[in-house]
Write a protein of this length. Structure first.
Length: 418
């Protein structure tokens, strides 16, 4: 009797697993949405989150099943900029993440590039409502009702709610969650287009959508899926922890080169927003017969924080730097020989010229302390006076540099569809 019970229990378990497996499959004439979440600074889904691992496995399994069955298929990857966040930086991050995910899915499923489509979900009101409906925010229902109202009044009404406190909370806690995810909609072209069209139509207004029988909360503006157009875009290479790490850059400051002080710099991007820069400038010109000397050496490390950008070749930065200098200046008469230490803050920008070359402009401001001795040439020797000291506060660095990224700024050409 006990053995019979075990047998029946095993059969029930197998049936349950079989049912779950069937439920996880997608039919050829339907569409499904799977969402992946990301960490800030990463181009790949956060695989430390169990839900992302499960979703990736299910997505690959479904895509392989549909491909094996020969069904017509389209895969739409929608990223979101969130309300008030539609700008080049958020669009660039979203496209970069979508392209990296497309490459991974194409390799795992052997699907052609023409199957994949990237959509800019812009403000993503529909997904925002879903996030709110799953949250424990006190005003969630009221916020959703506002979003379901007239599209041109959403931002204004949200800002008025609770004297602006609700909107500030959304900006700090909810909008980032929207930007840190990508929705993958897959299935037959008719089903995917129907689903995305329903969301677009609701964006016109709640009453119109209700009259059309559209069952969704709210919507974003997305272009209709008609023809897949391939376009080559630059996508930052992804690494396990950050997307810009490992990028080296060699530089020379054209201003220092022009005044016969050859300069060389090496910058290493060890994080998406952080880099370390080392600068060395040196001139060693001397004519003893004419008592002329132009000798100087400058060494200055620097740590920089880069504002978010699509590629390490383009963007703005702020930094801090210390430094040491040694000098010997003489022009046929009294000479000055000494050393100094300095430190300050810097700010600047970088802009690409080609796929490997960029132009950098910057300014450093801070304090310098100099200690030196004056000397007079006499009978082939220098007669020194006592040591002097002086301080200076103001500009310490000025830069117009040519920058060379040996690996093209950690970017590569990836075929993507837009």
């Amino acid at each position: 009797m006990r053995n019979l019970s075990y047998i029946l229990l095993g059969m029930l378990l197998l049936c349950s697993l079989s049912a779950n497996s069937q439920d996880d499959r997608i039919s050829a004439d339907s569409a499904r949405v799977i969402r992946f979440t990301y960490r800030i600074g990463q181009n790949t889904p956060d695989m430390s989150a169990r839900v992302n691992k499960i979703n990736l496995s299910r997505l690959i399994g479904n895509l392989n099943s549909l491909r094996a069955a020969g069904d017509s298929l389209i895969v739409d990857l929608t990223y979101f900029c969130a309300p008030g966040g539609i700008n080049a930086i958020n669009r660039g991050v979203g496209e970069s993440r979508a392209n990296v995910l497309i490459k991974d899915l194409a390799e795992r499923t052997q699907l052609p590039d023409s199957v994949f489509v990237i959509t800019n979900g812009e403000e993503g009101w529909d997904e925002l409502c879903k996030i709110l409906s799953r949250s424990d925010i006190d005003d969630a229902d009221e916020i959703i009702e506002i979003i379901k109202g007239r599209p041109d009044e959403r931002i204004m009404r949200l800002k008025k709610l609770n004297n602006g406190k609700t909107y500030s909370m959304l900006k700090e806690s909810v909008f980032p969650k929207l930007r840190e995810g990508i929705n993958v909609t897959f299935g037959s072209p008719r089903a995917v287009d129907s689903r995305l069209t329903a969301i677009r139509m609701f964006n016109i207004g709640g009453s119109y959508a209700d009259s059309c029988g559209i069952n969704c909360l709210c919507a974003y503006k997305a272009p209709p899926i008609q023809k897949v157009i391939e376009k080559v875009v630059y996508v930052s290479l992804d690494t396990p922890d950050h997307s810009f790490a490992g990028d080296f850059a060699l530089k020379t400051n054209l201003i220092y080169d022009f005044i016969a002080t050859p300069s060389i710099e090496l910058e290493y991007r060890f994080h998406r927003n952080w880099s370390a820069n080392v600068e060395y400038d040196m001139a060693w010109w001397k004519n003893k017969k004419k008592n002329k000397s132009y000798e100087i050496a400058i060494a200055s490390p620097e740590v920089r924080w880069w504002f978010p950008s699509v590629t390490p070749m383009k963007g703005y930065y702020v930094g801090v730097f210390p430094g040491y200098t040694w000098f010997d200046f003489e022009n046929g008469g009294t000479g000055h020989r000494g050393y100094g230490v300095f430190g300050g803050i810097s700010f600047g920008l970088s802009h690409p010229i080609t796929s490997q070359l960029a132009f950098e402009a910057g300014l450093g401001v801070g304090y310098m302390n100099l200690r030196y001795k004056d000397y007079e040439p006499f009978d082939g020797h220098n007669v020194y006076s006592k040591e002097k000291a002086t301080g200076y506060f103001g500009p310490l660095k000025i830069k117009f540099a040519i920058v060379w990224h040996p690996w093209g700024g950690s970017s590569k050409k990836v075929k993507a569809v837009k």
